[in-house]
Design a protein around this ligand. Structure first.
Ligand SMILES: *Cc1c(COP(=O)(O)O)cnc(C)c1O
Length: 334
C-alpha cells in the first residue's frame, strides 16, 4: 500500500506495542492465548484510536488552508476529545456538535472527556438531541464560521470517511510487520466496530498486505446486518481510494451485536466485568462505551469456545479510558 500521495501529519511516534496477556488468558481457562495491540497508548491527550485517523483528516484540512475544525460525537466522545487535542496542537480552532444520544445525558460540568473538551479550549459546543441530522448541524456551523471569515473544515463523526479510515489500513500494515518480526502467529483479530473506520481500515489494510488474518468487529450500537453494511461500504470506498485491488469481500466483514446491551454508551454487566477483569489481571484500562463492550465480546467468545483450543487472538485496544471517570458509579456498584 502506498500512502505517500495523501496529506498526512506525523502524530505517531512509532508502532504501538503488541503485548501478551498471560494473566487474562489463564483467568479465562488458558485454552486461548490472548494478545493486545495498545492503541490506547497512542499519542494525543488521553490516547486512543482517533489519532491515527486524524493524522490524515487534519492534514487534509491544513493542505486545503483551513483554520477551523468542526466535528461531532456523543457527549463523552473520545473522537471529539482527540480532535480538540490535535487542533490545539496545530493551532486550529475546534468546534464540536454533541449529540445527546441518551436524553438528559449532557452535563456541562461532567467529568471524563467532557472536562477535557474545556481544558483543550474548544471554541464552541452545540448540543443537539439524539437522532438529529449531524451532517446538517455541522454544515450550519460551517456556514456560520465562513460568514465570520473563518475557513472551516468538517471532520465526519469518528473521522470515519475514506480519508480517516486510511489510518487503520496503516495500523493493519504496522501490526502485520510487528507480528512477522515477533514471529507471532495470530489466528484472529477482534476490534470494536462503531463509526466503522477502525474496522473497515483494518480489513482493507489486512487485504492490502495479504496478511490473511480474519478480523471480527464487536458492535457498540447497531445490529449486525446494519453495521456490517456500513463497514462494508466504507471498506469498498477505502480500498478504491488506496488502490487495494479486488477490494474486500462482503464475507470478510463480520460483526457481533450481542454485546451492545440496551444501547450506545449504556452500561452492561458484561462490560463492567470486562473492564474489571482487564484492570485486575493485566492492569489495562478499558472504557465503558467501546473497548469495554468489545472486550466483553472477546471474553464471551473465548468462554463459548468460539476460538479453537490453542489459538492466539489479538485484541485491538482502541483506548477511551478518560470516559471511565464519567462512569465511576457504574463500576462502584457493579
Ligand atoms: C471511536 C472509538 C472506537 C470505535 O472506532 P470506530 O472507528 O468509530 O468504529 C473504539 N474505541 C474507542 C475508545 C473510540 O473512541
Amino acid at each position: 500500500m502506498n500512502f505517500t500521495k495523501f496529506p498526512r501529519r506525523n502524530y505517531l511516534q512509532g508502532p504501538t506495542p503488541i503485548e501478551s496477556m498471560p494473566s487474562l488468558s489463564s483467568a479465562l481457562g488458558g485454552g486461548v492465548k490472548l494478545y493486545i495491540k495498545r492503541d490506547d497508548l497512542l499519542p494525543g491527550s488521553g490516547g486512543g484510536n482517533k489519532t491515527r485517523k486524524l493524522e490524515f483528516c487534519i492534514a487534509d484540512a491544513i493542505d486545503q488552508g483551513k483554520n477551523a475544525i468542526i466535528t461531532c460525537g456523543a457527549v463523552q466522545s473520545n473522537h471529539c476529545r482527540l480532535t480538540a487535542a490535535w487542533s490545539a496542537k496545530e493551532g486550529l480552532d475546534c468546534h464540536l456538535i454533541l449529540e445527546e444520544r441518551v436524553a438528559g445525558s449532557y452535563k456541562a460540568d461532567a467529568s471524563g472527556n467532557n472536562f477535557l473538551f474545556e481544558l483543550l479550549d474548544v471554541k464552541s459546543i452545540d448540543v443537539v438531541s439524539g437522532g438529529s441530522d449531524m451532517v446538517a448541524a455541522m454544515g450550519k456551523k460551517a456556514a456560520e464560521l465562513a460568514a465570520a471569515g473563518k475557513k472551516p473544515y468538517i471532520v465526519p463523526g469518528g473521522a470515519s470517511n475514506a480519508i480517516g479510515a486510511m489510518g487503520y489500513a496503516v495500523c493493519a500494515e504496522e501490526t502485520m510487520g510487528q507480528l512477522n518480526e515477533m514471529r507471532l502467529g495470530i489466528d484472529h483479530i477482534i476490534v470494536p466496530s462503531g463509526s466503522a473506520g477502525t474496522h473497515a481500515g483494518m480489513v482493507v489494510g489486512m487485504a492490502g498486505v495479504s496478511g490473511g488474518i480474519p478480523i471480527s468487529g464487536v458492535n457498540v450500537s447497531r445490529s449486525k446486518d446494519v453495521q456490517e453494511e456500513i463497514v462494508y461500504n466504507l471498506a469498498v470506498e477505502l480500498a478504491a481510494t488506496i488502490g487495494v485491488k479486488g477490494g474486500p469481500a462482503r464475507e470478510d466483514i463480520v460483526c457481533f451485536d450481542q454485546y451492545v446491551g440496551p444501547g450506545y454508551s449504556l452500561p452492561t454487566d458484561s462490560m463492567v466485568e470486562a473492564v474489571k477483569l482487564f484492570a485486575r489481571t493485566e492492569a489495562v484500562l478499558l472504557d465503558p462505551v467501546y473497548s469495554g463492550k468489545a472486550a466483553a465480546g472477546l471474553i464471551d467468545l473465548v468462554r463459548k469456545g468460539h476460538f479453537a483450543d490453542g489459538s492466539q487472538v489479538l485484541f485491538l485496544h482502541t483506548g477511551g479510558s478518560p470516559a471511565l471517570y464519567a462512569y465511576m458509579d457504574t463500576f462502584r456498584q457493579g
